[in-house]
Design a protein around this ligand. Structure first.
Ligand SMILES: [Zn+2]
Length: 159
């Protein structure tokens, strides 16, 4: 699958998606252990509804979960990145959900991320990332999703 290159030259993927009335889709990015990853960028302006929400750097071993549904009848694909070459990520299929069952046993450490993928795909007009790591701001302690030392508020005070 195609990957974005961040300004600092790292490969990255978008968490994106949300739901309309009867159908929806979502892409969730998880770490090698199924964990939340820190984004480098979170979109806050422009078209956000069911759109791209957070840009998340990826490395070999990360997981990409793509879920779609029609009236909550889900198709889900779980892929693992095995290599990144320029703007192309080579992936292998871990498992997929179709016609009501998984093609192979679901890795336990991915159940939370897959649950969030289903949640995002069914969140009506989703406008924000649902599966990203947060960090406490060094200034005020508020949890922020982007891995900056200081939150937006503290940065504006420091400036
Ligand atoms: Zn702060």
């Amino acid at each position: 699958m195609e990957v974005i290159t961040t300004k600092s030259g790292r490969p990255a993927l978008w968490e994106e998606g949300g739901s309309a009335s009867n159908t929806g889709s979502a892409v969730i990015v998880a770490g090698p252990q199924g964990e939340r990853l820190p984004p480098v960028y979170i979109r806050r302006k422009g078209s956000l509804s069911n759109d791209r929400h957070a840009l998340i750097p990826v490395v070999k071993g990360c997981h990409v979960i793509k879920a779609s549904h029609h009236r909550e009848d889900f198709n889900i694909a779980v892929d693992r990145i095995v290599a990144v070459d320029g703007t192309e990520a080579v992936t292998e299929r871990v498992t997929e959900f179709r016609d009501g069952e998984w093609s192979s046993p679901l890795p336990e450490n991915l159940t939370v991320a897959i649950g969030v993928a289903k949640q995002k795909a069914t969140t009506y007009h989703c406008r924000s990332p649902l599966f990203v790591a947060t960090h406490p701001c060094k200034g005020c302690g508020v949890e922020t999703a982007v891995n900056y030392d200081y939150c937006r508020l503290c940065q504006s005070i420091k400036a």
